[in-house]
Design a protein around this ligand. Structure first.
Ligand SMILES: [Zn+2]
Length: 468
């Protein structure tokens, strides 16, 4: 790292992450530009300062002037190559073809960052489409540029566009390895891409499901303007958490499932008052099964805006083994508990529909992890989880879970405890051996009560010289 970048690195906590070896290893990144010269090369050099161990490449396509024609082709290559993140430092506007391509990338779990541009203008969302929904972190993120003052504080560069479509801001003026200072939102975008990639690398290494990416971002936004979102700084600036704080995002067991998380909120204009947009405070979580053995999370989300649907019924989330979809934001009332417009369930309980299709055990497992994250987020406990039946006794919902409801809650409680209670000390009887193992370098000194995997055991044997 160039020493000129030290202040920026310190502010976003990259210094700690780099020191610990989190530099984007194993993560694939694509950029839609010629990376061998000029502007593209500079964006690459900035990215390399931030995430030097990530693998970055450009798609094999013929570039048109503004990247228009090549876009969907490039996205397809990104999907085929298992790319994790795409950044685009050449600002463009969205047309139908690009929107379709972005949706495809999103469905494949790819994060897309886009430079908001350097015209010093206020950009408004003319298209009224969800791709420019600033809350939609995971889908299409528009990045603006800020810089630190020597005297402290952070300011927005005057050229950096503002407005409703701005998602968040990142540092510009990064020095590249050869000492060049690169400026503009074209510099802020690869900077942000690099920071995100360091996070994704950590998440992969520690098997934190992708569905937590947004949550980690939201939890660690530094507000720069007014509290919450504003048109000058968007959601603010993402700051990598202290590494010890990452523990709370680790699941209690290894999730082999890769789960996409999407915010695909239904419009407020959806018929039958399905999204009344009435604000509320989350005081608990209400669990449902979809009562449809074949419908997936995507199907359930589509049903909410299907013209054949005549029901005043809605939910905040629908979950299956592959997708967690937010259909209505957490802080809005939904119609799910059959307890009326002033009912405690409808008004104050986050509604979660668990799908019955496919591998139900996996659907439920994904839901449990998600429920625990929401409990922690809202300072709730497993006592605050209720079945639909609690609010309307005639309804046998969640029909699959009710027969073993107590066990369901016990399992969630165990996961919840593991994430909220401090890890126990090493037992008295084990202390001497524990220390010896540390001295012999076969023990990292943490996780005394953790389960051990077979591969860890074999490495222990090997390091103790038992296999030679
Ligand atoms: Zn229900």
């Amino acid at each position: 790292m160039r020493k000129e970048n030290q202040q920026e690195f310190d502010i976003v906590n990259l210094t700690e992450w780099h020191k610990a070896g989190y530099k984007g290893k194993g993560i694939k990144v694509m950029s839609f530009e010629n990376l061998t010269k000029g502007h593209g090369k500079l964006t690459l050099d900035v990215f390399t300062e931030i995430a030097p161990e990530a693998e970055i490449f450009e798609p094999e396509i013929e570039y048109s002037k503004n990247g228009d024609k090549c876009f969907s082709e490039g996205i397809q290559q990104a999907i085929d190559n298992g790319v994790d993140l795409i950044f685009n430092a050449l600002h463009f506007t969205l047309d139908e073809e690009k929107k379709e391509a972005i949706q495809k990338a999103h469905d494949a779990g790819i994060i897309i960052l886009n430079a908001i541009g350097n015209q010093g203008e206020e950009r408004i969302d003319k298209s009224d489409n969800k791709y420019t929904d600033v809350r939609n972190f995971n889908n299409f993120t528009q990045v603006g540029a800020v810089a630190p003052r020597r005297s402290g504080g952070i300011y927005k560069l005057s050229y950096s566009n503002t407005g409703k479509i701005l998602s968040r801001v990142a540092f510009t003026n990064t020095y590249t390895a050869d000492g060049t200072k690169f400026t503009g939102t074209s510099s802020a975008t690869p900077f942000e891409a690099g920071v995100d990639v360091c996070l994704i690398g950590y998440m992969k290494e520690h098997e934190i499901p992708k569905s937590k990416f947004n949550e980690i971002l939201e939890d660690n936004m530094m507000d720069l303007g007014v509290e919450g979102r504003d048109d000058k700084y968007g959601e603010g600036m993402f700051v990598l958490p202290k590494l010890y704080e990452m523990d709370k995002y680790k699941g209690s067991d290894n999730m082999s499932q890769i789960i996409n998380y999407a915010e695909d909120n239904i419009p407020k204009s959806t018929p039958y008052n399905r999204r009344p947009a009435t604000k509320r405070i989350v005081k608990g979580i209400c669990i449902h099964n979809t009562a449809n053995p074949t419908s997936t999370a995507l199907n359930e989300r589509s049903w909410l805006t299907n013209t054949d649907n005549l029901a005043t019924a809605s939910y905040n989330y629908v979950i299956d083994a592959y997708n967690i979809i937010q259909c209505i934001p957490d802080d809005e009332v939904t119609w799910h508990a059959t307890d009326g417009s002033n009912g405690e369930g409808n008004v104050n309980y986050l509604s979660i529909e668990i799908c019955e299709s496919g591998n139900y055990v996996k659907n439920e497992k994904a839901a449990k992890h998600f429920i625990v994250s929401k409990l922690i987020k809202y300072g709730l406990t497993p006592n605050d989880i209720k079945p639909h039946k609690y609010f309307y006794s005639e309804k046998d919902c969640p029909r699959l879970i009710l027969p073993y409801w107590d066990q369901f809650i016990d399992e969630i409680t165990e996961m919840y405890n593991e994430q909220t209670q401090p890890k126990e000390e090493v037992s008295e009887w084990a202390k001497e051996s524990w220390q010896k193992a540390i001295d012999k370098d076969v023990n990292d000194g943490i996780g005394a009560k953790n389960n051990i995997t077979e591969e860890q055991l074999m490495v222990f044997f090997d390091r103790l010289g038992l296999l030679d």
